[in-house]
Ligand binder design. Structure first.
Ligand code: NAI
Length: 409
């Protein structure tokens, strides 16, 4: 069994929906641009889309997250690939440009870089059905286009489906961010003080797994209301009742051995934080872009820097050593150590992607140029199929219970 057969074997939900799509031929001859972390699970999603009759043009959504074996695999299956392991930022931009130039019917994006590129003047006459967006940051950016009435096509908020956000962001990021840190550093987390910045979906998962491994967890939150109307103040309270220490960012930086950012925000850890950190601190980011830790400041102001391994960079600042993992990019996906989320988690997320793409192609005529939620029935169908294939049964409501629940007292 090859590693790709292994991955496919552990993505039975996607395989089920692929067989359906092949029969219905919804994707036949459609041109699909795919800009996702080009790793093994993504290769299986691309295979499902190709097998359903589409043409695929793909690139990675981050310069550090292409797995060369996955890129080779989909190339052999017939996808046009514009990505390579350890591509430069310049190559990353050029590759995205190549995808944007294709005659696309629809795209799948992660972080909205391609969505934004397709809004630039040179692509203004492109006429595509729309996009499916994978992550929190991408949805936020698409909503900014919508709010300023610039959004030129519908964007399906795949991230916001329950079958994605409640599992991928929480358990997926929780496990894989920690796996990334362990693989890169080969250090234990037990006994260490780890500050998690952002107690949203991803931060919650990271904190939970850290606790399980014996770390002393600190949570840093901020007074910000997310797109679901859930305030950072309540998140701080939730973290407190979960048993974590909750404090402001400077206090956390004074105590922490490791800092992990997962905010989707910019300049979260900056000069004022570096100045109070302990000697030997480890800095990692799990948020989408490499802007949460002020890497630019470190690059400009460090008195010396050196590479410990391909994913640990040592900066000397005011006589102290700071260790930055994966250049401040996604620590769970950055090569050579990151493998991304567990396969089963991505079976859920990519089944939602696959069905959302079909929904977009089938319904584009009557979708507005807005950020649109994944239809409830798709969300439920994927979760139900996952449970069914695991032979997990849930209860059915009795007629009496249904009537009771509808009763208002
Ligand atoms: P979320 O909106 O649920 O949580 C973000 C949290 O950060 C919020 O609670 C917010 O109040 C808090 N926050 C914002 N600015 C802050 C600051 N300056 N200090 C402390 N807390 C702050 O978002 P979610 O879904 O957890 O995503 C977070 C980031 O992770 C996004 O960039 C998203 O795209 C990315 N992501 C990464 C994944 C990975 O594989 N590493 C997987 C899924 C999402």
């Amino acid at each position: 069994m090859s590693i790709f057969d292994w991955t496919k074997y552990h993505m039975p939900v996607l395989q089920y929906f692929k067989e359906q799509a092949k029969k219905e031929k919804i994707l036949k001859d459609k041109n699909i641009g795919i800009v996702l972390h080009l790793e093994k699970k993504t290769a299986i999603l691309i295979e499902a889309i190709l097998d359903s009759g589409a043409n695929v043009y793909c690139a990675s959504c981050n310069p550090l997250t292409t797995d060369q074996s996955a890129a080779n695999y989909v190339k052999e299956l017939g996808a046009e690939v514009y990505a390579k392991e350890f591509e430069s930022e310049k190559e990353y931009v050029e590759f995205l440009q190549k995808i944007a130039e294709k005659d696309l019917d629809a795209i799948i994006d992660d972080g909205a870089d391609l969505i934004y590129l397709l809004h630039e003047k040179e692509f203004a006459n492109k006429n595509l059905y729309g996009a499916c967006e994978e992550t929190t940051t991408g949805i936020l950016r698409a909503k900014q286009l919508e709010a300023t009435k610039r959004l030129r096509f519908p964007v399906i908020a795949v991230n916001n489906a329950n079958s994605k956000r409640l599992f991928d962001n929480v358990y997926g990021t929780g496990e894989s961010a920690i796996a990334g840190i362990l693989n890169i550093t080969n250090l234990t987390l037990a006994g260490k003080v780890v500050a998690v910045f952002g107690y949203g979906q991803c931060g919650k998962g990271i904190a939970k797994k850290l606790k399980g491994l014996g770390a002393k967890v600190i949570v840093v939150e901020v007074n910000h209301v997310d797109t679901f109307g859930y305030s950072g103040i309540h998140k701080a309270l939730e973290a407190y009742f979960e048993g974590y220490e909750v404090m402001d960012s400077i206090s956390a930086c004074k105590k922490a051995d490791i800092i992990i950012t997962a905010t989707g925000n910019t300049k979260v850890v900056t000069e004022k934080h570096f100045n109070v950190m302990k000697n030997g601190i480890i800095l990692a980011n799990a948020g989408h872009f490499n802007v949460e830790i002020d890497v630019e400041y470190l690059e400009k102001n460090a008195t010396s820097k050196r590479e410990i391994n391909k994913a640990i960079k040592e900066y000397t600042l005011n006589g102290k050593k700071l260790y930055l993992l994966a250049d401040g990019r996604l620590v769970n996906l950055a090569k050579p150590y990151g493998q991304g989320h567990a396969i089963e988690i991505m079976d859920l997320s990519f089944s939602i992607q696959f069905l959302s793409l079909q929904y977009l192609i089938k319904n584009h005529d009557h979708l507005d140029n807005k950020v649109i939620n994944v239809p409830k029935d798709i969300d439920i169908t994927v979760a139900r199929k996952f449970l069914e294939l695991k032979e997990i049964k849930i209860e059915e409501l009795t007629t009496e219970q249904k009537a009771y629940l509808k009763t208002s007292h």
